[in-house]
Design a protein around this ligand. Sequence first.
Ligand code: FE
Ligand code: CA
Length: 517
Amino acid sequence: MHDLSRRRLLHQTAAFSSIPLLGSLAACGTTFPSDPQIDGRLFSLGVASGEPWPESVVIWTRLARHPLNGGGMPDLPIAVRWEVATDDRMRNIVRKGIATALPKDGHAVHVEVQGLLPHRWYWYRFSAEGEESQIGRTRTAPAAGQRLEALRLAFASCQNYERGYFTAYRHMASEDLDLVLHLGDYIYEGGSHDRRPRRHNSGEVTTLAEYRDRYALYKLDPNLQSAHAAFPWAVVSDDHEVDNNYANDLENNLSVSPAEFLKRRAAAYKAYYEHMPLRRAAAPRGPDMQLYRTLLFGDLAAIHLLDTRQYRSDQPNKDTAGLGDDRHGDPRATMLGPKQEAWLYANLAKRDHVWNVLAQQVPMMQRRRPRANGTRYELDQWDGYPAARRRLTDAIRKSATQGVIVLSGDEHENWVSDLKANFDDPTSPTVGAEFVGTSISSGGNGYRTTRQFQRVIAANPHIKYHNGRRGYVRCTVGRETWRTDLRVMPYVTRPGAPIRTPASFVVKRRMLNPLQV
Ligand code: FE
Ligand code: CA
């Protein structure tokens, strides 16, 4: 066990406070944790909001006076007052109430605030035991079916705390956004390692208490807190919230039985729910969690958040360390499970929205990787499940759904691609576009697009672009065009990196190929 030293926390806070407060956040009243005495403060883990509906949004916090040591709260329910206002000084309060933080939920608080007006900014705050949380800002979705001209969102994934600073979130917090999507690897479950810029607080986590302390470590990050406080988020988990490359009830290296692994999955899902601004419908029951869902933004966008971990069949050739040549595996192989597949295809057939967004964990495009021993594929991604991918692209084509945009995480690199009806036939129709987000910090500083990557692009005519730096992706969604700006930084192993946009793409709704602009 490694205790995060007070010295390290002081250092981290000092490094952050040397960064000037961002204008838009200062203006909206969001405050940053500036107290180096993190232990002892009730609202040490910040606030968050999410799941915007036209009249309702979730606001979240978790009480934790000793966040890295089980929360440090008494074994008692605690009354938490919450308030929602139309102004950043919390003067015009329009909704308020009392929530109860329970020991069995790690003293997490999820409030589904009802009776709000569509398409509005709101500010919110919690208080308990004489202490107040920071003020968070959130935004409701437009009214159902309302004609909407624009939606601004960002998406991110893969934030290994040990590999770098979450500087990207400080930049994200100063963007002008309606929504943030997190596509998985919010924590990493692994142990602590020497010679890394930051350090995990324990060995590999497997129990509820350990997962909670790991989330608390990540949630203490001031930059992550600032991005949560600035916008509503919608989150889905990938593998590292539980165990690297797990598949359904199968642990990565099959070292425990499915029954044993489901106990770990139940602990991991519970801790995930406790720390995310999710609706009660997503609260896990034992090892099961209903995570796939749709968020609607007027008539402009239906965002389908998928779960590609909980129901998938095992990766083919799982012992081959990720890469393999067996991409003609079992035609019954599934990424989403039959129930989620049917749900998704029914939603895609509705065609009520200008854009249908699939926000999900792992890259969907085919990537042939030329190697000395032949072509290789990444089998944990959709490339390991070609029959499942083909069923999805067939469903898109049959329903004549327009404007399909796939947003993916997992890869720790930006990739931009056409989504082909049949990736093995370059002349087959393009049924959508895919943008793969890079990591927030996983993998460290990143790398240039070397010859190895150029060879992959050359072997896959549908692929347009690669970038191996860290950051997030910003999307500006209009009625005729979808614009994607890749936002990356030169380093993450030290705080304070600047951000830039090395490439932007525009997708026209009736001509889906992303064109670099
Ligand atoms: Fe990752
Ligand atoms: Ca992953």
